[in-house]
Design a protein around this ligand. Structure first.
Ligand code: PLP
Length: 241
């Protein structure tokens, strides 16, 4: 990136990236995103975060809060609506002002849709309550599930990994170790090695009442300790089929 920005920085309007690739359990290496922020500032290129998955799932301040890196612009969606369809953008005043001043158009049929906004407001109220207790609960439950699944893989001698954040993580049948999977290419290699095993696992779980969109496991603030116990039992039984 440094080489490209040095050579072509003046022709590049922005760098857009998913700061945490939740769908593959991939977090940036220590210091990577801070270096991207410094480089984009140095070459006067906008840093844009795709927080469609991460904002309100990772936490109230999304991946940018988690990584402590502020982009110039970001887009969010999914978990924001608590089930209702919504997307939003945000960013630094000098950037978003271009839209409010009408210099950059941002039109859409469902802009400011009252139902979606009411749903998002109600959702955010619940998430903000008691200093974010809902997140504390979801992370605790998610961690318990991740550790439990990892332990079952180990005990049954199943070559598979558990990787990601407790709010959303992945499992994958692979010979690779979790530490070897650091980007999309590594992930493709890992996931491509035994796709039929993953599909069988997903169906076995479904037959036991557990819906996992393999390889992803999405946590919700309403999942409970008994859901974890039921899920771990289903994981153990499914792997022995
Ligand atoms: C990280 C991320 N960005 C963008 C999108 C695209 O969103 P949409 O389907 O609303 O275009 C998705 C959808 O899955 C996503 O996960």
């Amino acid at each position: 990136m440094e080489k490209t920005l040095k050579k072509q920085g003046k022709e590049i309007a922005g760098v857009i990236m998913e700061p945490i690739e939740l769908g593959h359990g991939i977090l940036p290496k220590e210091g990577y995103m801070k270096a991207v922020r410094e480089l984009t500032e140095k070459y006067n290129v906008l840093l844009i975060f795709d927080e469609v998955k991460t904002l309100f799932r990772v936490g109230l301040s999304g991946a940018q809060g988690y990584l402590k890196v502020t982009p110039d612009l970001f887009v969010c969606s999914k978990a924001m609506g608590g089930g209702l369809p919504i997307s939003a953008y945000g960013g630094k005043k000098e950037v978003v002002e271009l839209i409010s001043q009408g210099k950059v158009p941002a039109m859409g049929t469902y802009n400011a849709n009252p139902l979606s906004l009411a749903g998002a407001m109600a959702n955010i109220e619940v998430l903000e309550k008691d200093g974010g207790k809902a997140y504390e609960h979801m992370y605790r439950i998610g961690e318990k599930l991740m550790k439990g699944i990892g332990k079952i893989f180990e005990e049954l001698n199943v070559k598979a990994i558990v990787k990601g954040l407790p709010c959303q993580f992945v499992t994958c049948f692979t010979e690779m170790s979790a530490d070897e999977i650091n980007n999309y290419r590594d992930w493709s290699k890992a996931a491509g090695s035994a796709p039929e095993k993953g599909e069988k696992f997903r169906i076995e779980l479904l037959q036991r009442g557990v819906f996992c969109s393999y390889p992803d496991w999405h946590l919700s603030t309403v999942h409970s300790d008994s859901d974890v116990e039921k899920t771990l039992k289903a994981v153990e039984d499914s792997l022995q089929m």
